[in-house]
Design a protein around this ligand. Structure first.
Ligand SMILES: [Zn+2]
Length: 252
């Protein structure tokens, strides 16, 4: 039965009308921003890692159901975007470039300190942000997948790797620690904490600027949440996204 439902969902998704695409090349490498649904509500659903397919499917299905705008960044099917700059291959994480500090950090990981390379990536990032209309959004729903055990809400609890990045953690009753919300504002956290899912509130005043979208949104006061689930947890991620949408948007 589950397989039938899954097939039906796939059919609905890939026959979605109102699909459009925008090409945003980076140093000759083609990157596509695939868009679905009407852009009338100020709400953005966004999947930026090309290997996070449960996120992508959940985004397409839920956006279609609620009639909101959903974008998907497509490049090489992998997490990182790779492009050639002269003789060098550069690899950047599309969730580490939303601030200039993040772009420089990504270049440093490539052992590159070239101002030209910085300008190239920053300019590409600006085009992407303009297309997404990030600064005009009333709510950004980022969609991510993670791998089993490596990263979860417990990473933000005392003793965890990212303890210093969290201001508050709200422990839900779902057993899987990989499935959780990551948010930038207390009103969002409070509305999500009444549910069964884990939620983490970013430490906006003391955070490390790693160039991620949550850092950017916190800096500009754009309400942001990440619906994070383990790879393959499609139905869980859909339920989490629907719950968040109902709590934060539909019932307002
Ligand atoms: Zn991701």
């Amino acid at each position: 039965m589950k397989g039938y439902i899954f097939g039906l969902l796939l059919f609905i998704c890939f026959n979605a009308d109102g699909q459009d695409s925008l090409r945003i090349p980076l140093s000759g490498t083609m990157i596509t921003l695939l868009g679905f649904g009407p852009d009338t509500s100020g709400i953005l659903l966004y999947n930026m890692h090309d290997n996070e397919n449960s996120s992508a499917l959940a985004g397409r299905i839920v956006a279609r159901h609620y009639g909101v705008r959903y974008y998907e960044l497509m490049h090489n099917g992998k997490r990182n975007i790779s492009f050639l700059l002269g003789e060098d291959s550069i690899h950047i994480d599309p969730n580490r470039i939303y601030t200039d500090t993040g772009v420089w950090q990504q270049l440093a990981r490539n052992k590159n300190t070239d101002t030209l390379a910085f300008r190239l990536i920053a300019s590409w990032r600006d085009s992407l942000q303009n297309a997404l209309r990030i600064n005009q959004r009333t709510m950004v729903f980022a969609l991510h997948n993670n791998t089993d055990h490596n990263y979860g809400f417990k990473s933000y609890m005392p003793g965890g790797e990212y303890e210093a990045e969290a201001q508050a953690v709200c422990k839900g009753c779902v057993r899987d620690k990989d499935d959780f919300y990551f948010v930038t504002e207390f009103p969002i956290l409070d509305k999500l904490c009444v549910g069964q899912y884990h939620a983490v509130m970013q430490a906006n005043t003391t955070l490390t600027d790693d160039g991620s979208l949550s850092v950017y949104c916190a800096g500009f006061g754009i309400p942001y949440l990440n619906v994070e689930a383990q790879h393959g947890h499609l139905f869980r991620q859909m339920r989490m996204l629907i719950f968040a949408y109902q709590q934060l948007v539909r019932d307002q």
